[in-house]
Design a protein around this ligand. Structure first.
Ligand SMILES: Nc1nc2c(ncn2[C@@H]2O[C@H](COP(=O)(O)OP(=O)(O)O)[C@@H](O)[C@H]2O)c(=O)[nH]1
Ligand SMILES: [Mg+2]
Length: 451
C-alpha cells in the first residue's frame, strides 16, 4: 500500500511496537496487531499453539538462529475482542531495552511493520471499537497529572461523554423529525409547546456537558496564574511562598525581577503555571522596561491575576489603574506584608482581597483556595470529562445552534429544523463520525508509539 508524503493511509497490514517505556524495568511489552499477528508470534517463539483468547502462555523467544534469548509470556487476542478489533498479540519480554528492541526487530523481520504513533488506537477507532471521545479519554489517562484529571479521563474512556452525546443527538433528531412532520402537514395541530419544552431540556443537558468538559480541560491543561504588582510589593516572595521553595530572587532593590519566571505547581488537582513578573513601573532601563512590557502581556494573557500590594505603603495611582484594568477578570488583590502596620484603605480596592505575609508564609493557603475557586467550580471538577479543544468547541457550537433553534421557533419550522440539523452534526463530530484524515492525523499524532 502506498504512503502519502503527509498524512496516514489506513492499511490492514500487521503492525508492531514496544508499548512500554524503554529502559530497565521488570517487563517490556511488544504489541502486534493485524491479520498476521499470531503468525508473527509463532515465528518468534517456541510454542506454536495459542488456542485461547486472552490467555498468557509461557514460552521462549528465539533469535534468527534459533537460540533462546529470553523466557517470555505470549498472549493472543482474537479478532473482534481485542483493543484494535483486529487479531492481535503481545509478547512480554524481560524489561531490558536491548531484549525489547531485539524482540521488536524480530517481529519486523518476520512480517510486521513498525507502528506509527497512536496507530493501535487509530485502528480501534476505525474498527468501531471506540469513538473519538473515548480515544481522547485514552490520551487523557496517559497524560493525567492529578487524580482528578485521571478520573475525568477514565470516565470519558469508559464512554460517559459518548453516551451522553449520543442521547442528546437522538433527542434533537426526534425534535427535528416532529418539526419536519409539521412542515409536511401545516394544517395539523401545533406541537410547538412540546418542542419548546424539548429544546429547553436539550439545552440544559448540553450546558451541563459543556461545563463538565470545561472542568476537564482545566484539569488537563491547567490555569496560568500571573503575579503582578508594583516593584517591591513582594511578588517574588509570594511566588516562592506558593512554591514552598526559593525559586525567584528576592531583594529590597526595586526592579530585581526583570524577566518572566515560570514554575508549575498543583493546587488541589489543578495544574497551575505560576508566572512571576517584573514590577510595573516606568523605567529608563531598557531591560527593565522590556520586562514591564512582558509583565503587561502576561497579565492580559493569564487566566488569573494575583495583584500584589505592599500594604505597609498604601495604594498609588498606578495600583488603582492596574486594578481597574483587572475589573471583571479573574483576579485577586494580595495584600502582602500583613506583618507590618497597614496603610491601606481597603475599601478602595475593587477586587476580592486576601491578606498574606509572603515573608512569613502566612495566608498562603488562603491564596491557594482563592485561586482554586477562581479556576473552577468545585462541584464540577469531580465530574470533569475529557474532551479535546476541538470537541469542546463542537459541543459549544451545538449548544449555540439549539439555543438559536429555540429562539427561531416563531420564525418558521424550516429554520428551526435546519439549526437542529447543524446541532446534530456538531455532536457527531465530537464522536468522530465521518471524521476526515486530517482531523484523525492531528488527533493520533498526539499519542506515543505503541498506543
Ligand atoms: N515585612 C515583609 N517584607 C516582605 C514581605 N514579602 C516581601 N518582603 C520584602 O519586600 C522586598 C521585596 O520583595 P520581592 O519579593 O523581591 O518583591 P517584588 O519586587 O515584588 O518581587 C524584600 O526585601 C522582601 O524581603 C512580607 O510579607 N513582609
Ligand atoms: Mg520580583
Amino acid at each position: 500500500m502506498l504512503r502519502r508524503k503527509t498524512g496516514y493511509v489506513h492499511r490492514s497490514d500487521t503492525i508492531a511496537a514496544i508499548s512500554t517505556a524503554l529502559g530497565h524495568s521488570g517487563i517490556a511489552v511488544v504489541r502486534i496487531s493485524g491479520p498476521d499477528a499470531v503468525n508473527v508470534v509463532r515465528r518468534l517463539v517456541k510454542r506454536q499453539e495459542f488456542p485461547e483468547h486472552g490467555r498468557m502462555y509461557l514460552t521462549s523467544l528465539l533469535d534468527d538462529e534459533g537460540r533462546v534469548i529470553d523466557r517470555v509470556l505470549a498472549v493472543r487476542f482474537m479478532r473482534g475482542r481485542s483493543y484494535t478489533g483486529e487479531e492481535s498479540a503481545e509478547i512480554h519480554t524481560h524489561g531490558g531495552s536491548l531484549i525489547a528492541r531485539t524482540c521488536l526487530e524480530l517481529a519486523v523481520k518476520n512480517g510486521a511493520r513498525l507502528a506509527e504513533p497512536g496507530e493501535f488506537t487509530r485502528r480501534a477507532f476505525i474498527n468501531g471499537r471506540i469513538d473519538l471521545s473515548q480515544a481522547e479519554g485514552v490520551l487523557g489517562v496517559i497524560q493525567a497529572k492529578s487524580q482528578e484529571a485521571l478520573h475525568a479521563a477514565a470516565r470519558t474512556l469508559t464512554g460517559e461523554l459518548s453516551s451522553r452525546a449520543h442521547k442528546i443527538h437522538d433527542e434533537i433528531l426526534a425534535l427535528q423529525s416532529s418539526l419536519e412532520i409539521q412542515l409536511d402537514f401545516p394544517e395539523g395541530e401545533t406541537v410547538s409547546d412540546d418542542i419548546n419544552g424539548g429544546l429547553d431540556g436539550v439545552i440544559s443537558e448540553l450546558e451541563e456537558l459543556v461545563s463538565q468538559c470545561s472542568a476537564g480541560q482545566i484539569l488537563r491543561e491547567g490555569v496560568r496564574v500571573v503575579i503582578a504588582g508594583r516593584p517591591n510589593a513582594g511578588k517574588s516572595s509570594l511566588m516562592n511562598a506558593l512554591l514552598g521553595r526559593n525559586r525567584a530572587i528576592v531583594t529590597d532593590i526595586p526592579g530585581t525581577t526583570r524577566d518572566i519566571i515560570e514554575e508549575g505547581l498543583i493546587i488541589d488537582g489543578i495544574p497551575v503555571r505560576l508566572t512571576d513578573t517584573a514590577g510595573l513601573r516606568e523605567s529608563e532601563d531598557v531591560i527593565e522596561a522590556e520586562g514591564v512590557r512582558l509583565a503587561l502581556d502576561a497579565m492580559s494573557e493569564g487566566d488569573i491575576c494575583l495583584y500584589v500590594i505592599d500594604s505597609s505603603r498604601g495604594l498609588d495611582d498606578d495600583d488603582r489603574g492596574y486594578m481597574s484594568m483587572l475589573a471583571g477578570r479573574k483576579a485577586l488583590a494580595v495584600l502582602n506584608k500583613s506583618d507590618l502596620v497597614s496603610a491601606l484603605d481597603e475599601a478602595r480596592i475593587p477586587l476580592k482581597k486576601v491578606h498574606v505575609s509572603a515573608k512569613n508564609c502566612a495566608g498562603i493557603d488562603d491564596v491557594k483556595n482563592a485561586v482554586y475557586a477562581l479556576a473552577c467550580d468545585e462541584s464540577l471538577l469531580s465530574e470533569g470529562l475529557n474532551a479535546s479543544a476541538m470537541q469542546l468547541e463542537e459541543l459549544r457550537g451545538s449548544l449555540q445552534a439549539v439555543r438559536e433553534a429555540r429562539d427561531s421557533l416563531m420564525l418558521g419550522e424550516d429554520i428551526t429544523a435546519g439549526l437542529l440539523g447543524s446541532a446534530r452534526v456538531s455532536l457527531l463530530r465530537v464522536l468522530g463520525v465521518d471524521a476526515g484524515d486530517e482531523l484523525l492525523d492531528s488527533m493520533f499524532s498526539r499519542f506515543c508509539v505503541g498506543k
